[in-house]
Design a protein around this ligand. Structure first.
Ligand code: SME
Length: 175
């Protein structure tokens, strides 16, 4: 039974514990539900509440969500479910951090967005960013995008857990 308490993270949890809870709750929510809109929407909520239960810099996450392969325009992403402020609607492959992840199929861990060539500043508050591609049969179907209002908001621990989440989403949704 889906319950709003799934988004409750105890303050004082470590980053690894928070991600383990995100993964566990996501597995439970995807059980019997394969719709990508439904599952990415709930995952955005889990991530948002997880980050805000953690110490700084994680609690300075100001955007957490998804861009999906645009079904109408080739090599373009379109905004999916997210938590945070209004964001760019479409992003071409190769443009910005999201477009780099979509084109390369590889995670982009960006400690300082100002140093990333072509970064798309949807929100000038964002200082660092991590973008993880979701790959289905070797092809990018969507990306996870997390922005932080502090520099160095993410490390390899975030990367490892978000890549696990990307695999879970790839397998647990019909894309
Ligand atoms: N900064 C991203 C654009 C998306 S927003 O951050 C939500 C980029 O450079 O691709």
């Amino acid at each position: 039974m889906v319950h709003a308490d799934s988004s409750t993270f105890n303050s004082g949890v470590s980053k690894s514990q928070a991600y383990e809870q995100v993964l566990e709750q996501a597995r439970a929510l995807f059980d019997g539900q394969r719709n990508w809109i439904c599952n990415t929407a709930n995952t955005a909520s889990l991530l948002w509440h997880a980050y805000h239960a953690l110490p700084t810099p994680s609690n300075q996450v100001n955007w957490a969500g998804f861009y999906i392969l645009d079904p109408k325009v080739p090599n373009q992403l379109i905004l999916g479910p997210f938590q945070g402020k209004v964001a760019c609607q479409t992003i071409k492959f190769g443009r910005g951090v999201c477009g780099a992840a979509a084109q390369s199929g590889e995670t982009q861990l960006v400690p300082d967005v100002e140093l990333f060539p072509g970064h798309i500043a949807c929100d000038s508050e964002s200082q660092s960013e991590i973008v993880v591609p979701i790959l289905k049969d070797g092809k990018v179907v969507a990306i996870i995008d997390i922005d932080c209002a502090a520099k160095d908001g993410f490390n390899h621990d975030d990367q490892r857990h978000l890549e696990q989440l990307a695999t879970l989403l790839a397998d647990g949704c019909d894309w």
